[in-house]
Design a protein around this ligand. Sequence first.
Ligand SMILES: [Zn+2]
Length: 217
Amino acid sequence: MNIVLLGPPGSGKGTQADLLAKRYQLVHISTGDILRQAMNARTALGIQAEAQIKAGQLVSDDIVSGLVGERLRTPAMQGGGFLFDGYPRNGNQVYQFDAILAKQQLALSHVISLEVSEQTLLQRLLGRRTCDGCGRTVNINLQQAGNKQSCQVCGGELIQRVDDDEAIVQKRLSVYQSETRPVLNIYGERGLLHTVCGDGKVDEVFQHLVSLLSDVL
Ligand SMILES: [Zn+2]
């Protein structure tokens, strides 16, 4: 199984990717992780990526896809399945990914779009706080009762991340929608695309994913 999992910020994509990777023994590849590893290891692409980030730019498609290609050529990838989390994120990256896969004689088996209502996304993203004391993350919109300014474990102050502010969240969601639409269209035309409802609890969503994967196996 070679899977691409797509979903907006707040869709729970990373969590589901971890669960799927464990269940089906897939190598979980997130572009955030391979980018950080390349920068820490000071590889050629890592150094270029760091320069772009320092200049306030987004890391270019060429670099992201270059890192993906390097990752797929590592010996650890031979013979096993993989799960990409958040890549390819635009139409250009889809075509770059096609070339990488063809070179490695690999093919995708499933592209899954985790669909979550905007209301749920906003509730999840806007309620997110991190404790200043113990570092744990909580969601004050899901918390049953009690004080919403301080941590129920250590009493520390609950802080909202700058990029979880409402205007920024709306902007991130609309960027995701417009970048991802071509990706969904391309994979849809190829008959690879499946959509799964990502509203609901982690284990419910995971069951939807597992039943999808066992139906199409
Ligand atoms: Zn705390």
